[in-house]
Design a protein around this ligand. Sequence first.
Ligand code: ATP
Length: 705
Amino acid sequence: MLARSLLSSLTRSTRSPLSVLHRRARAIRTTALVRAPATAHVLKPREFAQAPAPVDDVEDSQPQTDRSHFSKLRFADAPISENSKSAIRHEYLTDVQEATLQLGLNGVDLLVQAKTGTGKTTAFLLPAIERLARGPTPAQGNISILVLSPTRELAMQIHKEALSLLTNHPLFVQTVIGGASMGEQKRMLAKRRCDILVATPGRLLDLLETTNLSDQLGNLQTLVLDEADRLLDEGFMRSLTSMFKFLPDRKEKPRQCMLYSATLSKDIKEIAKLYLTPDHQFVSTLREDEVNTHQHVSQSSVIAPMDDILKATLKVLQDDVAEHGNSSKAMVFCTTAKGTSATAQLLKNAGYGSLPQVFEIHSRMTQGQRTYVANKFKAARSAILVTSDVTARGMDFPGVTHVVQVGLPSSSEQYIHRLGRTARAGKAGKGTIILTPAESAFLRTREMSSIPIQPHPTIDLSSLPEINLTDAIDQNLVIQAYNSWLGFNVSFMKLLRLSRSEFVDEANRYARGVLGWANKEVGPPVSRATALAVGLQGVKGLNTNTEEFSQSRRSNSEGGGEFGMRRRSFNHDRRSGWGARAEGGEDRGSFRPRRSDDGQGRDQRREGSEEGGAFRPRRRDDGQGWSQRREGNEEGSAFRPRRRDDAQGWTGRGPRREGNEDGGSFRVRRQNDGQGWSGDRPRREDGERSRPSSGQHWMGRGRRE
Ligand SMILES: Nc1ncnc2c1ncn2[C@@H]1O[C@H](COP(=O)(O)OP(=O)(O)OP(=O)(O)O)[C@@H](O)[C@H]1O
C-alpha cells in the first residue's frame, strides 16, 4: 500500500519524468545485480553454431515430486471398459479425473476447474469415449463428440491423447484447425469415420458454413470446451455463437456439455451457465482458500532496470543449465510475436555456447513451422523455447524445468497458464518473472498478490560478457518489435503509473537496452497512424518518421530466412489472420493495439475484430482488478463489453449482463473508479483529454475478410 501511494504521488508530481522514474526505481525493491567490470570483453556476433542438439523422442525423465493431485483410485479399479484400461499408461487417476469420472459417465453437464497439468484432457475424453463405447457404434458419418480448443497446437495435442485412448476402441478421431488445408479436411470428413472431432472455432465455423458438417453433428452426444474461459471470452464469442446455431437444439437432441479450465473467474462462471443445463455440476479440485499455482513450484521475480533485462534473462537460463545440466529445458514467454522473435535472436547470440538450442514459436510463423518447432521442443531433452502466448495454455511439453516470463503477462490468468507449462503431473519446476521496476506494479495487483512469488536472489551478471546488441539483431526486427511493444503495453500505462512521455521514454529504453537500437538521438520509427492509434501522437521522444517506418516494413516483407521474418503477402495475411497482425504493427493499415500473441490466426480474427469494427477488448466492468483493466480501453467510453441477450450469444453492445436468461435483468456492476468507461481519459501533455485511442473509431477501418 505504501509503495502504491508513493507511486501515485510520484506520478502526480511535476518533476521531470526521468527523476520520477529514478525515484520510483529506488522506491521499489529491485533485484540485486552484480555487474561485470568495465573491461568485460565484447561478444562479437558470429555464425550461430548450434549448441548440443536435442535428443529426439526423449521420455520425460523428471521424477514426480508431488503426489498431492493424485487420487487413490487406480485405473485398473475404475468403472471403465477393459478397452480403455489397456490403453492407459498411468496407474492412478488424478484428483480431477476421479472427481469427474462418474459424473461424466452419467452424462451430467460439468464445469470443471483444476490446476494446470493435472490431467484434465483425460478427465474429459475418457468419460466421453466410455459413454459412446457403451452404446451401439454410431453409423459412419456421425460425429458424437466435439472438442473445442482455443489453439491449434492444443487441438493437435488433444487429438494425440484421444488417439491413444481409442487404441482398442473401434472409434476414430479427426482434427480441423486453421492454417491447414481446408480441402483436405473436407475430404477426410466426408470419406473417413470421425467419432471425435477436435477443432479450433474459426475453422470449425468455416466448415459448418461450407459443408454438410452440421448434418454430421446431428446426433452430437458430448460437447467439450477445453480452456473454457478462453473460449468464452469475447475473442471467440462470435464464432462460438455462430457455431452453436449449427448444432442441434438441446431440447430435441439432449447432449452433454463439459467445460474445463485451470482458471475460471466469477464472470466466466456466470457466462458458462448459459451453455450448461440448470442441474450442471461445478467441480473444483482447488480448495476455496487455495492459490491456483502448484505449491511445489518455486516462483521468483527479478526486478531489474530495462538495460539489464536481457542479461538477467540470460543469467536465469544459464543458472538453470548449471542446475539441471543437459536436462535443462526452459520456456521463455514474451508478449508479442515480434518481441518473441527478437528475444530469440538475441538469446541465440548472447547465449552462444552457454545455452542449449534456442527455438522460437509465435503467430508470425506458418503453421508448418509452428508444428515443427513444437514437436522438436517436445522431443528435446534440453532446449529453450522462446515463445509468445501461442503455447501458454494447455501445451504439455515434457520435462520443462523452468518457465521464464519476460515483461508483463496479459493477465494474472495468463501468468498462471504460462507457469503451468512446468511442474506437470507432479513433476518439479521453477518459475521466474522478469520485470522492470515500473512493471513490477503487476505483482502488487490484487489478483497477483496472493500468488507466492519471492524476490529472486542476487543475480551475478559479472560473468557475462557485454552483449553487442546492435549486431546481434536485425534492425528492421527491432522496429517491428518496438512497435509491437507500444501496441501491447499502452493498455498498461495506467497500471504502470506512467505518463505518456514517461511511457515513450520506457519504450525507447526497451528499444536501446533490450533490443539494441543504436540511434541515441531518436527511437525506432512508428507511423503516424500507430502513434494516433496508441494515443501517443506528438509525444516527445516518439519518432513518427513515416518514411523510415515504411522502409523498415518493406525490407521486412522482402526478408526471408528466420521464422520471425516471414515474407508477408496478402495471402499470407489471410492465412495467418488476426494473430499475425496482433502485435501492434500496421499490416494493411489496421493497427490493433494490445493483444498478446496468443493469436491463432483466422480462428480469432473472425471472431473478434474485423467485422465492422465489432472487436471489443475483453473487460470486466466492476473495475476491481488487473484482469479488468488490462483489456479495456482506459481512455473513456470507447468500448463496451458486448452483452449477451439470449441463450446463445452476444449481440450488440452494452454493460455485461449479470444473470442469465431469466427475464433480461441487466445489472451494471461497474464502479466508476476511474478505470472505466465513464471518462477519465488520460490527459494529453497539453492538458487536453486525449481521444479514445483504441475504440471503434479506427478499429472499424480494418479490412473485413
Ligand atoms: N492419471 C495420470 N497419471 C499420471 N500422469 C497423467 C495422468 N493423467 C494425465 N497425465 C499426464 O499429465 C500431463 C498433463 O496432462 P494434461 O495436459 O491433460 O493436463 P491439463 O490439466 O489439461 O493441463 P493444462 O491446464 O495446462 O491444460 C500429461 O503429460 C498427461 O499425460
